[in-house]
Each structure stands twice: as C-alpha cells, then as structure tokens.
Design a protein around this ligand. Sequence first.
Ligand code: APR
Length: 244
Amino acid sequence: MTFPPDLLPLLLRTSKLAALTGAGVSQESGLRTFRDAQSGLWAQYKPEDLASPQAFARDPKLVWDWYAWRREAVKAVRPNAGHYALVEIEKRIPQFTLITQNVDGLHRFAGSKNVLELHGNIQRVRCSECYTFAETWGDDSESVPKCEVCGGLLRPDVVWFGEALPRDSLEAAVEAARTCEVFFSVGTSGVVQPAASLAYAARNRGAVVVEINLEPTPLTPKADFFLQGKSGEILPALVKAVWG
Ligand code: APR
C-alpha cells in the first residue's frame, strides 16, 4: 500500500494526534455499522427507531431485547487489526486521544488507553431513573429488569438519539480536537453531531485532517488526506510505513 509522500514524515514528527472512530472501525470485527441493514429479526427496525428515549418509553422490552442481542453480538467478536494499529499509534505519539462513537468497547479491549466513549458503552447497564449502575440483573424474558435501588427500569449506558453526550467526554474530545496537530477521522459517516463537528474544529485550528473510509463522506472534500479503503488494512500499513 502506498501513501501520499508528505503524510509519512508528518506523522513521524507529530506529537499530538486525536483520532475519531465510528462503526466502520468495528465492521471488520464482524459488527454491523449503523447504516448497514439490520439482520434477522431486527431487520424490520431502523436503529434510529430503537435507540431513543421515545422508543424505550413506547416499548421498553423491545429496546432492552435489541441491546441484549447487541451485547451478545459484541461478546462474540474481537478487535481487528485496525483497533490494534490504533494501540500502536498511541504508543508512538506523545499525546494521543482516541475519541470513539462506538459503544462496543473494542478499543479498550484491544489495549487503547486514552479512550473517550462519546456515546457510552453497551456493556454497561444503568437505571433509567436514578442512574445507579447494575453489574447483574434478572433474566426474566417477560419484562425489563428493574433497578435494585429505586425499582426503575434498567437501560444500556449508551447515548440515545436526542440525549446529551457525557459532558466530561465531550469537553475532552473538543479540547483534543482543538489542540491536536493531526486529526484522524476513521470509519465514520460523519453525519451525527456533535461528533461530526470535531474534524472541523481541528481543521479550523490548523490541524491536518486525515480521513480513512471505505467511501467518501461529507468530510472528504475538507480533509487534507483521504485514504480510501478498509481501516483494518490501511491503519496497520500506515503504522508499518511510518514507524517500521
Ligand atoms: N473501514 C473503513 N470504513 C468503513 C468500513 C471499513 N471496514 N466499513 C464501513 N466503513 C465506513 C462506512 O463507509 C461509513 O462511512 O464506516 C462508516 C460507518 O458509518 P455509520 O454506520 O453511520 O456509523 P457511525 O459513523 O459510527 O455512526 C455515528 O450515529 O447511529 C449513530 O450513535 C450512532 O455512533 C453512531 C453514530
């Protein structure tokens, strides 16, 4: 794989890099992206119709079951070469921040340390009323498990459409984007705010923007480098080309 000649020396001398990842990074682990068609019994639903407070209020069991299915799907997969390449990049860049929209936890599982989970983590479950986290819960197939503290319905600790992102993570992500020398946007369609604005925040502060995606996105015309292809192939090749 060949890279634009000026990209490699740039990365070699970069001391501060922020990387935003989306579902595309986990696709090669076997997890469907958000815009991929849903499969099996969930094929009749669009994620947007399940991942919202309104959907949970309307039919909590349907939403709970969808996330239980997704938790099992995540448990069955492993990080791919793209996740591990980002672990390697973190070891070589003095100030590296990994900002992810993914809720599958695969970056941490692969060994990434400084990870900001903007949209939460599907493996964590909390009370929808008092926010108490639940380590275990009943597996009653008829109803959604309830909080042991207040009796409220349990829900996944992820950000649903229309909900606010965790403030600390978002503030840290904006700070990382505004102060980095290079910003990677990897495997994200760049259509969901506020995550999609981070690349522009970086660019507006003079950062070099590198996009890695199977196909062009709204960001592509504004990116300094567009590396088209699979992140699980491009990222490891980039690590080898820059750091040997
Ligand atoms: N390598 C690189 N890019 C890939 C790969 C791959 N192997 N496979 C898919 N892609 C790209 C697609 O071209 C697409 O641009 O990954 C992107 C996935 O886009 P989405 O499915 O929209 O996922 P994402 O961008 O993470 O969605 C953002 O929207 O639905 C909400 O909260 C949800 O976190 C999610 C957010």
